[in-house]
Design a protein around this ligand. Sequence first.
Ligand SMILES: [Zn+2]
Length: 260
Amino acid sequence: MNALKKLQTVGKWLILTLSPLLLPAFEAPYESTVVHDRSYYEQRGDVMWEVPIEEKLIALTFDDGPSFDLTPQILDVLKQYDAKATFFVLGNRIDRHKDIVLREVMEGHEIGNHTFNHAFFNHHLSKNRISREIETTKRKLKEVAGVDSPWFRPPGGYYNDSVIEAAKESGYTVILWSWHQDTEDWKSPGVEAIVNKVLNNVRNGDIVLMHDNVMHSHQTVDALKIILPELKARGYKFVTISELVEQKYRWDELDYFQYE
Ligand SMILES: [Zn+2]
């Protein structure tokens, strides 16, 4: 009995003494949830919030679709004003709305990846899980519409080193949005609020965040009917993320040659 007690005491002592040494090993997976500040990712080209540029170009982006109701209406308004946009689609909606995805492509818009299940990466998920969310949508887009793009937008804008790494491994750069162009249209704040947010803050190279899948709300479409003609009159052109980035590179090259 005494020997057993002694063994238990030694065992307890060992656990207490060694546990701080073992802890980092158990915590290791959580290191991946590290988030650096914006400039860290921006300088490395890992994440883009906007593309400061001299030309009057704007990238409108629509998340969470396609939706049977809202997306076609948005496409109609975009067409009316000769505007191109980027749709960050959800993989689990692609099969149900193949024709809409195809229409987006046919009409010159760009399709980005917004995960399969609208997964939020604000808590720990293994890189494998994150990759699965990204890859299943990537495959679906290829299979259904034959398209791919270099852009991935994590739902809710939640990212960390693992998300960025997983996106990179699938060939994507993480795209967020201009902080002053978060329309919050998913909350149905009223057409005027959406319109004012965009028109009062607009800058060249902005990436505007909107949604083409908001339950029982047409505010996004109604706001676009005001925003598009107004910005067009101010001389703005609506382009896809790729067009915006390409244009930026062209400017950078020009600068480079001028100063060489
Ligand atoms: Zn979303």
